[in-house]
Design a protein around this ligand. Sequence first.
Ligand SMILES: Cc1ncc(COP(=O)(O)O)c(C=O)c1O
Length: 526
Amino acid sequence: MGKKASHAPLMEALLRYRAQDNASYHVPGHKNGQVYENEDMASLLKEVMSIDVTEITGLDDLHHPEDVIREGQELSAMCFGAEESFWLIGGSTVGNLAMILTVCTEPGDLLLVQRNVHKSVLNGLMLSGAAAVFLEPEIDTTSGLAVAPSASTIQTALEAYPSAKGVLITLPNYYGMGHDLTATAKACHAAHVPLLVDEAHGAHYGLHPRLPASALSCGADVVVQSTHKMLSAMTMGAMLHVQGGRINRELLRQRLAMVQSSSPSYPLMASLDLARRHIAVHGANAFTEGLVAADAFRKGLKQLPRFRLVEPIQLAHQENGAQEGISERLERDEREAYGYSTHDPFKMVLYDTFGVLDGFGLKRELEAYGCIPEMSDEKHVVLLFTLGSTLKDAKHLLQALVHINNDIRFKETAGGPGSMRKEQCGLDLDFSTWNNDGTMVYSSPVQFGLQPVKPDQMEVVAVEDSAGRVAAEMIIPYPPGIPLLYAGETITESIAKRMRRLRELGAKWQGAADERLLTIRVFRLK
Ligand SMILES: Cc1ncc(COP(=O)(O)O)c(C=O)c1O
């Protein structure tokens, strides 16, 4: 490690600034927290406010970095294997917007994109006026969860749409599931288009031998990472990384300046500086304790066979090898491996094999024992370990599961391990293949734009009656923030069913005018 890498240039400049104890005649108005001098309630925030400054002498400017921020970004590029890195104060959300606005510059420009994307990607399409060709994602047939499209799907779509400006992939998905992106990057580059990756959930990828390869190391041209999710930055702290010559970096800078505040938070930027420094100083060892905790949890879970984890089929076979013949296994592996062959070892995607507790129910029970999961769906609960997790966290979670397992209310009612049927778990295998008719791996181009739907164009119908109609609003279960519908999308029977099911289970919704989702806005029939 070079000496510089152990520095955190912005954080150090902020500490120097604080030590100088200068009088502030600049924003922010709280004046280093002075305004709250006698308010105990603000004591925690006052510490943060002492470095919550603005673009004053010596503290550089995110939008025109020349000094400590520039150095911090350069060190980030070195650490994450990029040619150039940009700090984002607005999460991967602003990274996705800027990435799309850089690649799609003319209304109607085509972007090949998987349909199961975070809402920020659909918002980026709307802002840029792009047209999307949606790609069929690979589905893990065991869990029913959608991953990213395969390289062959992307290649087929690129052949059909040679005018596409780029391909945008989300990997890993919220559940930590993914595959190696090298073949995808090669397919994109053979067609002379950039590969854009929303790697919001994979900021730690490539930083430890047990972690999957990073998108940059597989050849992606531009990558967005939520440093606040799986590394140690503060909420909203994220990074955008670039390599190669396929991305117009001057335009990218302009786009970033458009979608980010002109007064980005210094504490947040300092937290990016420190998150990167932590990795630079500790290397792969930064993950050791967290991995020990995650492994202890996995090991302990074996004593509770009722609860299982989603894992790639090859891994499951390594552990349950005796139950299946080798050739049978290899044949299945070959079929399944592509879509889902890597799993983030820090992400536990847990489910109740008895089918007594659905994902939302299991999440509620865990919360009652003081274990707060990241999210749930109809079947699964997603629990994160990170480089900050400890053995104590693993034990706490295992104890909670032991209690739930012993709870008389949740005893097995029928079947046994593995008895959960598809109908019970509610995952409909084609839930993420929206927009295509089942014969093609890509959709026709869908034009996006910013024109709001006019009141006289829409009506309100019960969700029960919505199948076959065209949605006039975005419907987003949150988390994970992947819109089930965007305005203009046809509501299939399976999406209508999924909305009803998620509603019954208590999912939270963004975007919907009716927050209980009893009704939905649809376009009037002509
Ligand atoms: C796949 C994906 N991309 C982008 C985002 C947006 O990230 P952020 O919350 O950092 O803005 C999320 C948020 O959950 C996400 O799941």
